[in-house]
Design a protein around this ligand. Structure first.
Ligand code: OOG
Ligand code: NI
Length: 301
């Protein structure tokens, strides 16, 4: 293994560790899957992708965060545009098989109201150069520290709430920063009958997991081949400037079924590789998955 891949794996494992602590659904799902005999151990889970949220302002946003993963060999792929939610996103293909894809979105801050822009800039304007440029990316500990610390001051509860009223994404990103927004269990390689999202969602619900139902529990791409569902985010206790506390939406878990493309459906099951399956993402699916952290969904617990 190259040392860059080694560093990347350490960074990914640091992200997963913080994420699992913040999202108790992860351990509950793994435990239920082992109990039902779907997997033998946690490592049998395939992580389809992980996701980050960013604020689109100078020195931050996608252009900043992506430098970390491009350095480790990730390749930038398709662009997605979300008109109503005022977001941009890209996905990145991993440098080696077996590592997750990465989905990075960014709030188009310039498209918000003057009031919301002013609140965001109040925090982010103090960032006068790209913080990633000051990090030694060969140092996994330094990168891990950056991803779990803040480049701006802790927001006040009043600012958080004013932002949430206009963009729940903005409020999430200002508070939660680069903590993983979700990781994603691949469903299509699970043993039958759990290899379809429909059956797997039923299994999750029987185990008390609450799914995001914005646009329906299963989000399906127009080509029929990418199906996604997600839990509703758990509430986390957040401390704001001045010592105020409030429970706010944290992170969630996603599930993906990537179907075998039409051209390869004649192949025997044991010859199917990831290359035969639907790649990439789908704006229509993503648009509803973003709502997993919206109070309308997170409040369903
Ligand atoms: C990302 C939502 C979109 C996907 O796989 O399309 C997404 C987010 O909530 O930040 O995860
Ligand atoms: Ni996702």
């Amino acid at each position: 293994m190259s040392s860059t891949t080694d560093t990347l794996e350490k960074v990914l494992s640091g992200l997963m560790q913080r994420y699992q602590q913040r999202v108790p659904d992860v351990a509950a799902i793994i435990k239920a899957m082992i109990k039902a005999g779907i997997i033998a151990r946690e490592q049998d889970i395939e992580n389809d992708h992980i996701a980050f949220r960013t604020l689109g302002v100078p020195h931050l946003g996608i252009a900043s965060l992506e430098k970390i993963f491009l350095y480790y060999g990730y390749q930038k792929r398709d662009y997605y545009y979300f008109k109503e939610k005022k977001l941009n996103a890209y996905w990145y293909a991993p440098p080696v098989a077996g590592l997750p894809r990465i989905f990075v979105s960014e709030l188009r801050v310039a498209d918000l109201s003057p009031q919301a822009r002013q609140i965001i800039h109040h925090y982010t304007d103090k960032v006068s150069s790209d913080p990633v440029d000051a990090i030694n990316l060969d140092d996994a500990v330094a990168v891990d520290h950056y991803l779990h610390s803040s480049s701006w001051e802790l927001p006040t509860l009043a600012d958080y709430e004013a932002m949430a009223a206009e963009s729940e994404y903005a409020a999430w990103a200002i508070y939660n920063r680069y903590y993983l927004n979700h990781y994603t269990l691949s469903v299509h390689n699970l043993p039958k009958p759990y290899d379809t999202l429909e059956v797997f969602n039923g299994f999750l619900e029987q185990n008390g997991i609450v799914l995001n139902d914005a646009g329906g529990k299963i989000k399906q791409s127009p080509d029929g081949n990418l199906l996604q569902s997600s839990t509703v985010a758990g509430m986390v206790d957040a401390e704001f400037a001045g010592g105020d506390h409030k429970a706010i939406p944290g992170s969630y878990v996603e599930f993906a079924e990537r179907r075998v493309l039409e051209a390869f459906r004649h192949l025997p099951a044991d010859q199917i590789t990831p290359a035969h399956r639907r790649e990439g993402f789908e704006a229509g699916n993503a648009d509803k998955i973003f709502e997993s952290t919206y109070l309308e969904q997170a409040g369903k617990r």
